[in-house]
Design a protein. Structure first.
Length: 236
C-alpha cells in the first residue's frame, strides 16, 4: 500500500514537468504560425492560446508576456538556421577555405529540411521588415558571435583584420548569396520554376557560392599584397 502511493507520487512528479513542457512547446508552435501570418504587432495572445489549446496564464507562466513568447519563437526560428552545425563547421581543424565551404553548406541545408515548418522563415521575413525589441537580443546571443567568427575566418583568407571594411564587405557578400535562397524562396520559384531545393540541389548551390566567393577572396588577397609591395617600392 505504501509502495503504491509512493509510485503514484513519483509518477505525478514526472508527469507534471512533462505536461508543462508539452504546453510550452504547443504555445511556441502555435505562436510561430500566428506571428508568421500576422507579424508581431497584429498578433494577439488570445489567438495564440486559442490555437494552442492552452490559456493566457500559461503564456505568463512560461514566457512572462507576449514579447517574451515572441522572443523565444524568434530564437527558435534562428536556431532553425542550423546554428549548431555552423558553429561545428567553424570549429573544424581545417584550412580556412575548407571551413568556409562547410559553413556555407551548413547554413543552406536548413532550406532542404523537409519537416521544418515554413513559419521559421516567414517570421524572420516579418522581423526584417518591422524589427521588434526581440531582434537585438537574438542578434547579441546568436547572430553576433557567428558573425564575429565569420569575419575572423574571411579576414584570415584575405589577410586583413576582421573589422577591416573589405573583410566586412566580403563577409556580407557571402551572407547575401546564402540569404537569397533562405528568404527569397517564393521569388526565386517564380523566376526559376524548375528550382527544387532538394539536398542535392542545395549541395550544388553551396558549392557554387563557395567557388564564386573564393575566386574573389583569393584575388583580393593577392591584389592587396601586390598593392602593398608596389607601395613599399614607391617609398624607397
Amino acid at each position: 500500500m505504501f509502495l503504491s502511493k509512493q509510485i503514484r507520487r513519483q509518477t505525478h512528479r514526472v508527469s507534471v514537468p512533462r505536461a508543462a513542457a508539452s504546453t510550452r512547446e504547443k504555445l511556441i508552435e502555435a505562436a510561430g504560425h500566428v506571428f508568421a501570418e500576422h507579424g508581431y504587432q497584429a498578433t494577439t495572445v488570445r489567438e495564440i492560446v486559442k490555437r494552442s489549446g492552452a490559456n493566457i496564464a500559461a503564456v505568463n507562466y512560461h514566457f512572462g508576456d507576449k514579447l517574451g513568447l515572441y522572443t523565444e519563437v524568434l530564437q527558435q526560428s534562428v536556431r532553425a538556421a542550423r546554428v549548431d552545425a555552423i558553429n561545428s563547421a567553424l570549429d573544424r581543424n581545417a584550412l580556412p577555405e575548407d571551413i568556409l565551404r562547410a559553413v556555407i553548406r551548413a547554413r543552406l541545408q536548413s532550406v532542404a529540411e523537409p519537416n521544418l515548418p515554413d513559419w521559421h522563415f516567414r517570421i524572420m521575413a516579418h522581423e526584417l521588415v518591422q524589427p521588434t525589441p526581440a531582434l537585438s537580443r537574438v542578434v547579441n546571443e546568436v547572430s553576433r558571435p557567428i558573425y564575429k567568427r565569420l569575419l575572423e575566418l574571411i579576414g584570415g583568407i584575405i589577410d586583413l583584420p576582421p573589422k577591416h571594411e573589405k573583410t566586412r564587405l566580403c563577409a556580407h557578400s557571402v551572407m547575401g548569396q546564402i540569404l537569397v535562397y533562405v528568404l527569397a524562396g517564393p521569388l526565386l520559384k517564380q523566376l526559376w520554376p524548375e528550382l527544387e531545393m532538394t539536398p542535392e540541389q542545395v549541395d550544388r548551390i553551396a558549392e557554387h557560392i563557395w567557388d564564386f566567393s573564393l575566386a574573389y577572396l583569393r584575388h583580393a588577397n593577392s591584389g592587396d599584397r601586390r598593392a602593398t609591395v608596389s607601395s613599399k617600392r614607391g617609398n624607397k
